[in-house]
Write a protein of this length. Structure first.
Ligand code: C2E
Ligand code: MG
Ligand code: MG
Ligand code: MG
Length: 282
């Protein structure tokens, strides 16, 4: 089924011939097989609204059930997917999985958006925006439940195409966030060029907080920058109560991290969502 799905996506009118995986320089048969054999699974990590203490959406994170090596995290396969172009069909698979899961998430009381990571390589697909729109329509996804997470590497490629793709999708009601904010070379320039709703403070800036005065100052600066630009701000990688207290004192809007929950499979995520109505996360 996955193969048929990918072949549909690989039809010339939807995706350029550059995405025929077998002709890509870094073609990796194991990864292609993994996509065909449904070896990928989406995990979800909830986000917490720091004002209300309730869940407000989640980030979708891909895992690979490798037949020999067990459950692999993205660092083991996303770079190879990017260099081989497989990230393009994988990215559409992610969106399709989120679309299939949204009705049960809504039934469990989902509020907010599901963040989907978009790799710079996906922007080399000239049909990225129309394909995303088509999949959203086919699965009746509500744009208000979707957010795409960008990193500044998206800028290295074709800035015009990036801007037109982002504005086309924004017009549909999808939001965009800037992931790993502060770690790149041109984060500010992305902010200036694109309709970004949310900044995600990179985990590295939360290390040593409270106590590390440089990191404290950087986190404060990002939060006030976001607010002065009328954007939301999420802290990623919150592991301790002390980090959380610091963020709340600085008026950070949302947080995500092991302190609340690790990324979990869909079923436990639905359980988290439905119990969160009886019990607040904070
Ligand atoms: P990211 O988008 O910045 O995702 C956040 C990463 O931080 C996730 O790692 C998450 O598990 C981890 N994390 C969250 N809270 C904590 C915490 O409290 N402590 C620690 N130590 N880590 C925490 P993960 O799942 O390994 O993903 C790594 C990266 O792989 C992601 O970084 C994202 O850039 C990429 N990635 C994951 N799934 C996809 C995907 O479907 N498509 C694309 N293009 N990239 C993906
Ligand atoms: Mg992300
Ligand atoms: Mg990040
Ligand atoms: Mg990252």
């Amino acid at each position: 089924r996955a193969l048929r799905y990918c072949c549909q996506l690989l039809q010339p009118h939807t995706v350029t011939p550059a995405y025929n995986p077998t002709v890509e320089p870094g073609y990796d048969p194991a990864l292609w097989r993994a996509l065909q054999h449904q070896e990928f699974e989406l995990y979800y990590q909830p986000r917490i609204n720091l004002r209300t203490g309730t869940f407000c959406g989640a980030e979708a994170l891909t895992r690979w059930h490798h037949p020999k090596r067990g459950l692999l995290s993205p660092d083991h396969f996303i770079p190879a997917c990017e260099s081989s172009g497989l990230i393009v069909p994988l990215g559409y698979w992610v969106l399709q999985e989120v679309g299939a899961a949204l009705p049960s998430m809504q039934a469990a009381g989902l509020e907010g958006r599901i963040g989907i990571n978009l790799s710079f390589r996906q922007f080399q697909d000239r049909q990225l925006a129309p394909t995303i729109e088509r999949l959203m329509q086919q699965q009746h996804m509500d744009a208000r439940n979707l957010e795409f997470e960008l990193t500044e590497t998206a800028l290295y490629h074709d800035e015009k195409h990036l801007c037109s793709t982002v504005s086309q999708l924004s017009d549909q009601g999808v939001e965009f966030s800037l992931d790993d904010f502060g770690t790149g070379y041109s984060s500010f320039s992305l902010l200036q060029k694109l309709p970004i709703a949310t900044l995600k403070i990179d985990k590295s800036f939360l290390d040593g907080i409270p106590g590390n005065s440089d990191n404290e100052e950087i986190v404060r600066a990002i939060i006030s920058l976001a607010h002065n630009l009328n954007k939301q701000v999420i802290a990623e990688g919150v592991e301790t109560r002390a980090q959380l207290d610091f963020l709340m004192r600085q008026d950070c809007d949302q947080a995500q991290g092991y302190f609340f929950s690790r990324p979990v499979a869909l079923t436990p995520f639905l359980n988290l969502l439905s119990t969160s109505h009886r019990q607040q996360a904070l």
